[in-house]
Design a protein around this ligand. Structure first.
Ligand code: 5GP
Ligand code: ZN
Length: 136
């Protein structure tokens, strides 16, 4: 058992609502969404943060973040999509495996960074399914 929850997800030992997968990256729904459609993109190879990730993995995560942001926009039609990436506990990072957040934003809505409210399983899967369909 890895100590890293995202490595566990990559290995298939922990569940996720998957949106996208290729050789280098995985995209899936954030389990504690700050907004409906909150999606994460991670490299499959463990790297703690921006300072440590290999350039090839960084490029793959960036490419996929763009593709999935386009999918989120097409699927959910938000007013905007925020792409966020945190490095170090002082910056608010809580899972120490590099990831980008894709957060649909509504005009005037207030963002709470770590609400810690688990998403409803059916809603998470419904969002994942809508975004997957928008990628086809
Ligand atoms: P950070 O604060 O490190 O940038 O973001 C970590 C994100 O991972 C948080 O938004 C949190 O909700 C999410 N998260 C934590 N544990 C899990 C998990 O087991 N599964 C999924 N899908 N997301 C998680
Ligand atoms: Zn990891």
């Amino acid at each position: 058992m890895s100590e890293c929850i995202f490595c566990e997800i990559v290995a298939g030992r922990a569940p996720c609502h998957q949106v996208y997968e290729d050789d280098l990256v995985l995209g899936f729904m954030d389990a504690f969404p700050v907004a409906p459609g909150h999606t994460l993109v991670i490299p499959k190879q463990h790297a703690e943060n921006l300072f440590e990730i290999r350039a090839e993995c960084l490029a793959a995560v960036s490419r996929t973040s763009q593709a999935l942001a386009l999918g989120v926009r097409k699927a959910l039609d938000p007013d905007g999509v925020m792409v966020m990436q945190l490095n170090g506990a002082a910056a608010g990072q809580t899972v120490f495996h590099y990831h980008t957040h894709l957060i649909p934003r509504a005009e005037g809505s207030v963002l709470s960074l770590h609400p810690r409210i688990p998403g409803n399983t059916e809603e998470l899967e419904s969002m994942a399914s809508k975004i997957r369909s928008a990628l086809d």
